[in-house]
Design a protein around this ligand. Structure first.
Ligand code: CUA
Length: 160
């Protein structure tokens, strides 16, 4: 007995198969050819020695000669260090983040600032905050029992 498969059904089965192969191919290409890594920045760090690492010895905001600001912060269960960050409005702000334990998120609610913070890597991105005000920073990757309490505050001050 032969089984009859409708021509459309057969076509869609093939289409689904092709799409799956395409997706896996994209993933394999990103991982192998483009060196897929955690978002934003290719820089490694030993998560066990973050507190001794000169790159994270001083946390907080540092104003550069050109008026831009670099913010260094550490994510850990279940807090950000520092817990309050002050930056000027209208100037480039570069965040440099890492984790001392597990994977965290760093999202500044109401802005486009959002990155993963992965142990072993430094996540870095630059953004400009247009509107002065107080913003909530949340961890948006589930990291344990205190995940929902993991937050910090960003104060965007009107530039002088
Ligand atoms: Cu850290 Cu969720």
């Amino acid at each position: 007995m032969t089984m009859h498969v409708h021509v459309y059904e057969r076509a869609w089965m093939w289409a689904a198969g092709v799409i799956i192969v395409l997706f896996l191919g994209t993933l394999a290409y990103a991982a192998v050819a483009q060196g897929l890594r955690p978002p934003s920045h290719v820089e490694m760090i030993d998560p066990r020695t973050v507190w001794d690492d000169p790159r994270f010895a001083e946390r907080g905001e540092v104003t550069q000669a050109d008026g831009s600001v670099v913010v260094t912060a550490v994510a850990m269960t279940f807090a950000f260090q520092p817990a309050e960050i002050h930056v000027p409005a209208g100037r480039p702000v570069t965040f440099r983040l890492t984790s001392t334990d597990v994977q965290h998120g760093f999202q500044i609610v109401g802005t486009n600032a959002n990155t993963l913070v992965i142990p072993g890597y430094v996540s870095q991105f630059t953004t400009v905050f247009k509107t002065p005000g107080e913003y909530l920073i949340v961890c948006n990757e589930y990291c344990g029992t205190g995940h929902h309490m993991m937050s910090a505050k960003l104060i965007v001050e009107a530039a002088p």
